[in-house]
Design a protein around this ligand. Sequence first.
Ligand SMILES: Nc1ncnc2c1ncn2[C@@H]1O[C@H](COP(=O)(O)OP(=O)(O)O)[C@@H](O)[C@H]1O
Ligand SMILES: [Mg+2]
Length: 382
Amino acid sequence: MNGSLDRDLELERRLQEALGPGFVLERAIGQGGFALVYAARDVGLNRAVAVKVLRPELAGTAAIRERFRREAEAMARLRHPHVIPVYAVGEGAGLAWYVMPLVTGGSLRTRLDRERRLPAGEARRILDEAAAALGAAHRAGVLHRDIKPDNILLDGDDARVLLTDFGIAKALGGAAPAGALTATGVVVGTPHYMSPEQASGERGIDHRSDLYSLGVVAYQMLCGDLPFQANNTPALLVKHLSEAPVPIERRSGNVPADLARAVMLCLEKNPNDRFKSAHALVEALDTGQVPALPATRARAARPMARARAGSERTKAMAAARARGSRGGTSRPALPSLPTTSGRAPAALAMTGRPQAMASLAGKPKPSKKEGESSEAGEGKSS
Ligand SMILES: Nc1ncnc2c1ncn2[C@@H]1O[C@H](COP(=O)(O)OP(=O)(O)O)[C@@H](O)[C@H]1O
Ligand SMILES: [Mg+2]
């Protein structure tokens, strides 16, 4: 499947010995930061399986072995059509492994490497299935914390999603042991898919962090590129923390508005602005009823503010005119009035109302307003 895999014949020999005659190792098929994955045959049941074995250099660390065992347990407990099942788990000969079905379609990573961008319908299906899997994990109290295309496997001819690699998953609320594990120096998450709260090292991240990472994956499927790129990790993390992603419709045509909006909603910086749950995302994708983006909501609320600003402006301008006309009379001006004359716009500027300023400068924004209202309308009707 991948020609660039490191072959470790000694490891293969030890693993085969540890597995015993019930499984026959066939070939290396994948590797990640923690583990190597092999295709094998389950002799008793005569079926193809995959064996994931913890990298031997890591297997000596009890905390990492514990983390690996917990990964297998978490996945085995989930029992969801889009979470890869675990058939067996084992330890021996200084190795730790678990057995799962062999997924034939590769990962979403290999698919994106090949096709770069997926048709919107296919991207929607993959997002939907992955979100359903996440929803099940979250309901079971498990965060994934490493959602990325490598960990989304595509099975069979219909490329059914099987979410895998709950390697840095931790039980929701079980902060102490997971904190201890991550304190071993293991890097948690992948910077390109990391949520702002993960990037800033917040301790209390929750399920909405997974939704952000899934949003990054979906953005990549639809646009062919990640929302943020940078030459180094700190610069990348800063972008996740503070830069707004380019709207999907500007990077890719033919993406239905509801799908684009659902993905952009996942990418909101503030977890409170995202979907409440993975389940809510699934529902939105299935019904097309996707809430408006916070920025749109704010803009939709602004006509009120504009009206307020308008009436204030009218008053201010009337006052300015009144002062001006009085100042223009031959009568001696009262000391206070001429000094305030002509300062109304500056005073508005000081109060930080750019719109009032723009209006005063004769720059209404009708085109944007039209865009906003149609977008907001779509949000309600679609
Ligand atoms: N059941 C499987 N069937 C086929 N390939 C798999 C399977 N599990 C993992 N892989 C491949 O191996 C890679 C690494 O597996 P993963 O569980 O993500 O390990 P790590 O924890 O080291 O990241 C995956 O990205 C995928 O390409
Ligand atoms: Mg992985």
